[in-house]
Design a protein around this ligand. Structure first.
Ligand SMILES: Nc1ncnc2c1ncn2[C@@H]1O[C@H](COP(=O)(O)OP(=O)(O)OP(=O)(O)O)[C@@H](O)[C@H]1O
Ligand SMILES: [Mg+2]
Length: 464
């Protein structure tokens, strides 16, 4: 009998065919979803309404990754959530099978290969890069040494037009009290190597915008990481007459989405030189505030956007002096909830509620500009649903099937190559330039790029 190690056991998992190697599980149990390539056998299974990712891996690695993922969630790092490990597996002949690490499928997550599968624009790539840099800095602030920084080990979720990055593979990770500069440099050098390889793959497949160079992208990531790290942790020294710089530093950190829990301020004897250094900074400045006011749990940029809308609502309803929590409740029940629940049930898997609301705000802005008057948010929602939303693919379970999975030898496993590849020759399907559209080929309709889609829809008609 297999043994389950789990803090929150899901009884429906117990009856799965654990005596069968994961690679041989019957197709009717599996869900074909786009994902990164992997060394291990990874499969998605659906039990009830939940989808889990299963990874067959050596016992000490499974246990290590399970514990580390639980720690990451505890310290509030965006990562996939470990559900358990299945140990002591044997096949019907009594031969031992490797344990399986179970994680919850991260809803609305986009593996980078499906983001790039149709070619993405330069500013989208910049946003992906930014998300990756913030994730790495947050991990390092928490003392987490990743050891295998790569796009394949990162998942992206939409965040008010930008992206939020999540860690998906913690196998090589180590959690320390804090990291030395040498340890951070180690992670950065791994990031350089892995990301350069991944960007080159994309380039060879004609999926990287021609204006983007792998080497420059990698350098950008490194530079932005260093800038962010400097802002988050650097010492600042100034003259006693420039006390406002303390507040400026805190504001800059807030603008980057971080809260300062401890700021170390020292002065020399005469009090003429001030030295400040943030000691503890926590990510999620805006999302924590929104959660406190409304109970909505969103990504950071989404929270920023919704808080701005809340401020706007407060001004428009002339409630500047009213209690913030009361106004937030009105905003939630009069605007946010009705707008979000106006999405027809069949379209709810397309975008997360907060992302939908952000999109409606954008749409309203464009429509109001065009109309020369303010469009009501509820009308904007209706118009967004009928002109843009219905064209988008479902994203609750990543971007589904046909496009990103077409031609794979095994729709459940991109690591196994394309159907017409040489038999028995394992290779990375995405590396094969011949299989992918030729570089410079016209990218197909860019359905993942909501901004582009919206821009087309929002374009004023030529008729005056
Ligand atoms: N919980 C999850 N939610 C969504 N996608 C997931 C989840 N777990 C795994 N994946 C997908 O499966 C892919 C492979 O998983 P993972 O990186 O853990 O495997 P691996 O064999 O350890 O990889 P590596 O070759 O880097 O060691 C990921 O790139 C990701 O796209
Ligand atoms: Mg991996």
């Amino acid at each position: 009998m297999p043994r389950f190690l789990s803090a929150q056991p899901d009884a429906r998992l117990i009856t799965l065919p654990w005596d069968t190697p994961l690679a041989d599980w019957p197709a009717e149990m599996l869900v074909a979803l786009p994902r990164g390539i992997s060394r291990h056998v990874v499969r998605f299974v659906r039990v009830g309404s939940e989808v889990y990712a299963l990874k067959e891996v050596l016992e000490h690695l499974a246990l290590h990754e399970y514990r580390l993922l639980r720690d990451l969630v505890r310290i509030d790092i965006p990562s996939v959530e470990a559900n358990g490990v299945v140990l002591s597996r044997f096949d019907p002949d009594g031969e031992p099978l490797d344990p399986v690490l179970i994680t919850k499928h991260l809803q609305f997550s986009l593996p980078y290969r499906s983001l790039f599968s149709r070619g993405v624009r330069q500013d989208t790539v910049n946003r992906l890069v930014d998300a990756m840099v913030v994730l790495l800095a947050r991990l390092h602030l928490s003392g987490f040494l990743w050891g295998d920084v790569s796009l394949s080990n990162t998942l992206f979720r939409r965040d008010a037009g930008s992206f939020a990055a999540y860690l998906v593979d913690a196998e090589t990770g180590e959690l320390h009290e804090s990291l030395s500069d040498g340890q951070r440099e180690h992670d950065l050098s791994i990031a350089r190597t892995n990301l350069f390889g991944e960007f080159c793959d994309l380039e060879a497949g004609g999926l990287l915008d021609q204006s983007l160079e792998p080497l420059i992208l990698v350098e950008t990531i490194e530079n932005r990481y260093r800038e962010l790290w400097g802002e988050l942790t650097g010492v600042e020294e100034f003259d006693g007459s420039e006390m406002h710089r303390i507040e400026s530093r805190v504001r800059r950190l807030n603008a980057l989405g971080f809260d300062v829990a401890e700021l170390d301020i020292t002065t020399d004897f005469a009090g003429s030189t001030i030295r400040i250094q943030p000691k503890v900074v926590d990510a999620g400045h805006h999302s924590r505030r929104l959660l406190r006011l409304t109970g909505l749990d969103t990504e950071e940029n989404q929270a920023r956007r919704l808080l701005n809308d809340l401020d706007y609502y407060r001004a428009r309803t002339d409630q500047q002096n009213a209690d913030e929590a009361v106004v937030a409740h009105q905003w939630l029940t009069q605007l946010f909830e009705p707008v979000v629940s106006s999405v027809p049930p069949g379209m709810r898997a397309k975008l997360e509620p907060a992302e939908f609301y952000h999109e409606v705000l954008e749409h309203r802005w464009y429509s109001s500009e065009r109309a020369g008057r303010e469009i009501d948010v509820h009308d904007a929602a209706q118009s967004y649903i009928s002109t843009v939303l219905h064209q988008l693919p479902d994203e609750a379970l990543a971007v589904s099937t046909e496009d990103t999975l077409a031609g794979l030898a095994n729709p459940f496993d991109p690591s196994m190559g394309f159907a017409d590849a040489d038999d028995g020759q394992p290779y990375d399907p995405w590396e094969d330039g011949d299989e992918a559209p030729a570089a410079g080929a016209e990218p197909a309709e860019d359905f993942l790029d909501i901004a582009a889609l919206r821009a087309r829809t929002d374009k004023p008609t030529l008729r005056s």
